[in-house]
Design a protein around this ligand. Structure first.
Ligand code: ASP
Length: 348
């Protein structure tokens, strides 16, 4: 007869997969040229982080070895496919290590593409491994711990930098060199890593799923991101359709405004391709119903431009690119932006 054991059951160790893609976190001066470039992978990239991840089983997969300006939306589609397969194969969480220059866009693309509730965490480093107090190992260890923490499921893709946990939908690189370069100005970070454990203060609402990953081919149509500046005469806009762009995002002033002379070219463009109106301020929503002058948000939305809602221009471009990649029409693009906005702002 076997005697039932009263030993407490050990919780299963979390399994986390780390994808490496290059960036400063992986950069050394390997050729002695005086400048660093991505070349570290595997154990060399993990460095001291390997001893600081607690009770987590880690698998490391090299995906790319590039500065993050070389990553593309197609790369995000590929990584999201790997994520889906790895979660189906029993991984509990995933970390993507990449250059910080494009984290805000890559992480948001993964957020739109990754259906599983398992934590997906993107991280990087502001100081390369050869600098004093390089932040890569601490960021990696924190990201791996967050990815292995089942309490952080269903929050969408997260960005962990400098012991702060940000929602991919809001975070931006807001400083060219500070260790605290990442900020989510609309909400602040949703949590922090304190003494090696994640603490969550804010629950971002679940984002509506507006992208069907299975409908995406390898080709993502080109989408232009155009700024708007004092005294802008709009001459760039007149040529955009001829350049073969399948869609355009315009970052207007303030709540979504442009000089009156840009209205004609924008309205003409909106008759040919989807044109999304974002704010160049980097936080807050595009307005809907306040101003009534030529070039105001009411004027532009009334002429067929599509509101980016809470998304900044870069993130709106990612969403528009993915929607066009699934073959969405202008009406479907408008509906998807509206649905995403309602879900993210509690208006759903
Ligand atoms: N230039 C680097 C990159 O994005 C910057 C970084 O990783 O912090 O690849």
């Amino acid at each position: 007869m076997s005697i039932p054991s009263h030993e407490p059951k050990r919780p299963a160790r979390a399994r986390v997969v780390l994808y490496t893609t290059g960036g400063t976190i992986a950069s050394t001066d390997a050729d002695g040229s005086g400048g660093v470039a991505p070349n570290l992978a595997g154990a060399a990239l993990l460095g001291e982080a390997a001893g600081a991840i607690g009770d987590i089983d880690l698998a490391v997969v090299g995906v790319r070895q590039v500065p993050s300006g070389e990553l593309t939306i197609a790369d995000a589609i590929e990584v999201s496919g790997r994520l889906r397969r790895d979660f189906a194969n029993g991984f509990d969480g995933a970390v993507v290590a990449q250059g910080t220059d494009t984290i805000e866009e890559f992480a948001f693309a993964l957020d739109l593409l990754t259906v599983a509730g398992s934590p997906v965490v993107v991280t990087g480093a502001m100081r390369h491994p050869g600098e004093l107090s390089a932040d890569g190992p601490a960021n990696l260890a924190a990201a791996i711990r967050v990815a292995g923490d089942s309490r952080l499921r269903d929050l969408g893709v997260l960005v962990v930098m400098n012991d702060e946990i940000h929602a991919a939908r809001f975070v931006r690189k807001s400083d060219s060199s500070s260790l605290g370069a990442f900020a989510s100005r609309t909400t602040g970070p949703i949590g922090r890593v304190v003494e090696g454990r994640a603490r969550r203060y804010v629950n971002p609402p679940p984002l509506a799923r507006v992208i069907e990953p299975d409908r995406l081919g390898p080709f993502v149509p080109p989408v232009a991101l155009v700024g708007c500046a004092l005294g802008d005469d709009g001459r760039l806009l007149e040529h955009l359709a001829d350049l073969g762009y399948a869609g355009v995002v315009i970052e207007g002033f303030g709540g979504g405004h442009v000089p009156g002379r840009l209205v004609g070219p924008l309205a003409a463009l909106a008759g040919e391709v989807p044109v999304v109106l974002a704010s160049r301020t980097g936080a807050g929503d595009v307005l809907e119903s306040t101003y009534g002058y030529d070039g105001s948000e009411r004027d532009l939305l009334g002429r067929g431009l599509i509101s980016a809602g809470f998304l900044d221009g870069r993130k709106a471009r990612v969403l528009l690119s993915l929607l066009l990649g699934t073959g969405a029409s202008t009406a479907q693009v408008a509906a998807a932006f509206a649905r995403l906005h309602r879900s993210a702002t509690g208006l759903a």
